[in-house]
Design a protein around this ligand. Structure first.
Ligand code: NDP
Ligand code: GDR
Length: 372
């Protein structure tokens, strides 16, 4: 039985990857942070009683703690490590740049050093969660493995260090270490403050009368969005290659944030009209076709642009070229962005309906006030 260690197992990708590896028969170990509330919601459905020798084991740890990481790797002796843990929010990295560098840049170094220190460099394969944010101010379109980097945030700069230290340990110590340069990927398990989930959750809540208006930033940003389930498959495929290499993972299609809003609204039976531009832009309900938005009337303003969501330096456009992954690994994404949007809206509508039902019985569940 192969053993895998996942940092960031409680996150979006970690949860899909854990499911994927368990289905492949792996013994899966995950590092979770200590939190004052339960933080394993995304993996609870695959977690079993720890007293019954389950194939999924969780360990407390943190990417800022070398001794903890070294001890865990020494105890587990994993065949594969997936380093997905990170402060992963670009806007938050402007607020917490030093912490982001510590976890995202030095955290990667700590993992690699632990493997080397323990003499596991010829046994343990290492996957680094690199990102299309490395391209930032893009130098070439579409972006491929050879496109020069120009990071635009403390997050992206930290990930640039992580990218290169992974390459360096491969070259210096012959480690099987590779970077997946992943473009944005989403799912119903996406964190609530990333733009797609903010939209699907926000519109579902507004449609059900839980909220009134969504406040957003740059609606003109262009992204290449895929589904997390497709992308974690590729993370595993990269570690099964004969030689370690870096790969771009993307769909090769690009859409605006505004387009994603239009799709999400359509899933709720809403047609939107966009009025104004820049900070004055608003979206108004132009038509209602169906029963999913009982709280709304034609003419309601349900979205306003708020400059607080603009970033000090924005990544305006990203579009990936996944040809290498297609040609060398036969990887193709199977879920389109429209299918993904429909899945996300359906999931958030279900949550909003339950919330509204509880509300109607006088049991008001706490509403999380999320920012960013
Ligand atoms: P999430 O934000 O959903 O998950 C991040 C995970 O990292 C969580 O499990 C989080 O724990 C954990 N984490 C945060 N800080 C620490 C720390 N100090 N020590 C240990 N673990 C920590 O991210 P995704 O699943 O979306 O992304 C996975 C990885 O891929 C990240 O590295 C991200 O930067 C990168 N990436 C993501 C892309 C995307 O579009 N999703 C695209 C390209 C790269 P907790 O649950 O406790 O917060
Ligand atoms: P990104 O994702 O920064 O690309 O990083 P995010 O969904 O946060 O933003 C995408 C684009 O949408 C614009 N935007 C808004 N973004 C947020 N979060 N909230 C808003 O209200 C809003 N309005 C407009 C943003 O300005 C941006 O242009 C994600 C993360 O998962 C990273 O960890 C990962 O490395 C990259 O994707 C690839």
């Amino acid at each position: 039985m192969k053993k895998a260690l996942i940092t960031g197992i409680t996150g979006q990708d970690g949860s899909y990857l854990a499911e994927f590896l368990l289905e492949k028969g792996y013994e899966v170990h995950g590092i979770k942070r200590r939190a004052s509330l339960f933080n394993t919601q995304r993996i609870d459905h695959v977690f079993q009683d720890p007293h019954e020798k389950p194939p999924l084991k969780l360990h407390y740890g943190d990417l800022s703690d070398s001794s903890n990481l070294t001890r865990l790797i020494s105890q587990i002796e994993p065949d594969e490590i997936y380093n997905l843990g990170a402060q992963s929010h670009v806007a938050v990295s402007f607020e917490a740049p030093e912490y982001t560098a510590d976890v995202d840049a030095l955290g990667t170094l700590r993992m690699l050093e632990a493997i080397r220190f323990l003499g596991l460099e010829k046994r343990t394969r290492f996957y680094q969660a690199s990102t299309s944010e490395l391209y930032g101010l893009v130098q070439e379109t579409p972006q491929r493995e050879t496109t020069p980097f120009h990071p635009r945030s403390p997050y992206a700069v930290a990930k640039l260090y992580a990218y290169w230290i992974t390459v360096n340990y491969r070259e210096a110590y012959g480690m099987f270490a590779c970077n997946g340069i992943l473009f944005n990927h989403e799912s119903p398990r996406r964190g609530e403050t990333f733009v797609t989930r903010k939209i699907t959750r926000g519109l579902a809540n507004i449609a059900q009368g839980i909220d009134r208006c969504l406040y957003m930033g740059n609606l003109d940003a262009l992204r290449d969005w895929g589904h997390a389930r497709d992308y974690v498959r590729m993370q595993w495929m990269m570690l099964q290659c004969d030689e370690p290499e870096d790969f771009v993972i993307a769909t090769g299609k690009q859409y605006s944030v505004r387009q994603f809003l239009i799709w999400a609204a359509a899933e709720l039976g809403l047609e939107l009209e966009f009025r104004g531009s820049g900070v004055d832009e608003i979206a108004v309900v132009a038509a209602i076709n169906g029963n999913d938005a009982p709280a709304l009337k034609v003419g309601n303003v349900i979205l306003k642009v708020d400059p607080r969501y603009f970033r000090p330096a924005e990544v305006e456009t990203l579009l990936g070229d996944p040809s290498k992954a297609h040609q060398k690994l036969g990887w193709q994404p199977q879920i389109t962005v429209q299918e993904m949007c429909a899945e996300m809206v359906a999931a958030d509508l279900e949550i909003a309906r339950r919330h509204a039902l509880l509300d109607s019985h006088g049991i008001a569940p706490a509403v999380a006030i999320e920012d960013n």
